[in-house]
Design a protein around this ligand. Structure first.
Ligand code: SAH
Ligand code: SF4
Length: 346
C-alpha cells in the first residue's frame, strides 16, 4: 500500500486495480491524506479560496431519489429569490465580506429561463467577482449564452459513473446526457466542476475508483465530493448515510491524481463529522464555500437534513470558516482562484 501511495504522489497516476486496492484497505486513510496534503501544498499552495454560496431557488423539476428538493417532496416550503435579492446578497458578499467568487445554486427551476439567468449573471458581473453557476442540465446553447453573459465556472456533479445506479436514483434522467452537459460546459469555455456522492445504496468500491478516473479523463477543473446524507422525505428514507472516512479518502485520492485542481471541503463533510471541513483541508481540499443565503431561506434549501450552519448568519458562517482555515495554519486567498494549470507528466 505504501508503494501505491508513493506512486500516486510522484506520478499522479494509478491503475484502476490500484485505486480499488487503496479504497478497500481500511488502514491507510492517514497515509493517503498526508500524501494528498503534500501534493496540495506543492501544486496549489496554502491558500484557501472562498466562494460565496447563494441558494436562490429550491424549486426543482427533477426527482433525484436522495435529494430533499426533489419535486415529489410536498412537505418542503418552496421559495425563489428575485433578481434584486440575488444581486443584493452578491453585492454584500463581494463588497462587505471581501469574497471573490459568487456561486449561484438552485434546483432545476424552469422559472429562471436563459434570458433571466443571463440578466442576473450580467448584473453580478458588474461587481469585481468570478461567477459560478450550479443550476443543473442545460443545452449547449444555454451554456454558451451564460458564458457570453460572464459566467466563469459551472458545477455539475456526475453523482456516480455507474450508469445503472445513476438512472435508478435519478429517475427520468440520462447519465449520457449529464456527461454530454459536462462536455458542453467545457466547449463553451467555462471551467468544469463535477464530483460524486459517496455512499449511495448499491454503490461499489469499483465504481468509486471509476469516478476518480472519470474526473481525470474529463480533465475537471474542480471536484466536489460529499457523503450521502439520507433525507427522511425521500425514497432513500431509512437507508444508511455515506461514510465520512470513505468520502474523505475518495477526495484525497482525487487530489493525488488531479494535483492542480480546486477541491472544496464540502458542507456535507462538515455535516457528518464535526471537524469534517478541517479534516478535508488537511487531506487535499483548498476551497470552502461559505453560505451567504439569508437565514430565513436557508432552512428550506434542504438537500439533506442537518446541513451545517443552517441557522447562522452570513457573517457568522464566514467568521467560522476563517477560524477553521487559520486553525490549520492556512491563509485565505486574495485572488479569484481560477485553476492554474501546472504541467506535469500526466
Ligand atoms: N440542482 C443542481 C444543483 C443543486 S444540488 C444539481 O443537481 O446539479 C447540488 C448537489 O447536492 C448535488 O449534485 C448532489 O450531489 C448533492 N446532494 C443532493 N442530495 C444530497 C444528499 N441527500 N446528501 C448529500 N448530498 C446531496
Ligand atoms: Fe433537483 Fe439537484 Fe436535488 Fe436533483 S440533486 S432533485 S436536480 S436539486
Amino acid at each position: 500500500m505504501k508503494e501505491l501511495i508513493a506512486k500516486a504522489e510522484q506520478t499522479h497516476t494509478l491503475l484502476r486495480g490500484e485505486l480499488i486496492a487503496l479504497l478497500e484497505d481500511d488502514g491507510n486513510l492517514d497515509a493517503i491524506s498526508a500524501a494528498a496534503d503534500r501534493v496540495r501544498h506543492k501544486f496549489v499552495g496554502d491558500e484557501v479560496h472562498l466562494r460565496a454560496l447563494i441558494e436562490f431557488s429550491n424549486f426543482c423539476k427533477n426527482n433525484c431519489c436522495y435529494c430533499g428538493l426533489r419535486r415529489d417532496n410536498k412537505k418542503l416550503t418552496r421559495y425563489r429569490l428575485n433578481e434584486n435579492m440575488i444581486f443584493n446578497l452578491a453585492e454584500y458578499a463581494v463588497k462587505q465580506m471581501g469574497l471573490k467568487t459568487i456561486v449561484l445554486q438552485s434546483g432545476e427551476d424552469m422559472f429562471f429561463d436563459c434570458d433571466k439567468m443571463c440578466a442576473i449573471i450580467r448584473k453580478i458581473k458588474t461587481l469585481d467577482t468570478a461567477l459560478t453557476l450550479s443550476i443543473g442540465e442545460k443545452t449547449a446553447e444555454e451554456y454558451q449564452a451564460y458564458k457570453q453573459a460572464g459566467c466563469d465556472r459551472f458545477l455539475l456533479r456526475i453523482e456516480t459513473t455507474d450508469k445503472a445506479l445513476y438512472e435508478r436514483y435519478d429517475p427520468g434522467m440520462s447519465w449520457e446526457r449529464r456527461r454530454q452537459c459536462l462536455e458542453d460546459i467545457r466547449s463553451a469555455g467555462i471551467e468544469v466542476g463535477s464530483g460524486c456522492l459517496v455512499g449511495l445504496p448499491g454503490q461499489t468500491i469499483e465504481s468509486l475508483a471509476d469516478d476518480i478516473l472519470f474526473f481525470k479523463q474529463i480533465d475537471a477543473d474542480m471536484i466536489g465530493i460529499g457523503p450521502l446524507i439520507v433525507h427522511p422525505d425521500t425514497p432513500l428514507k431509512g437507508a444508511k448515510n455515506g461514510k465520512f472516512e470513505l468520502a474523505l479518502k475518495v477526495m484525497a485520492l482525487t487530489r493525488l491524481l488531479l494535483p492542480d485542481i480546486n477541491i472544496p471541503a464540502t458542507t456535507a463533510m462538515e455535516t457528518l463529522a464535526p471537524d469534517g471541513q478541517v479534516r478535508a483541508l488537511q487531506a487535499g481540499a483548498n476551497v470552502i464555500m461559505p453560505n451567504v443565503t439569508l437565514t430565513e431561506y436557508r432552512q428550506y434549501y434542504e438537500l439533506y437534513p442537518g446541513k451545517s450552519s443552517t441557522n447562522y448568519s452570513a457573517d457568522k458562517t464566514l467568521a467560522d470558516v476563517r477560524a477553521k482555515i487559520t486553525s490549520v495554519g492556512r491563509c485565505i486567498a486574495d485572488d479569484k482562484g481560477f485553476r492554474k494549470r501546472v504541467f506535469y507528466c500526466r
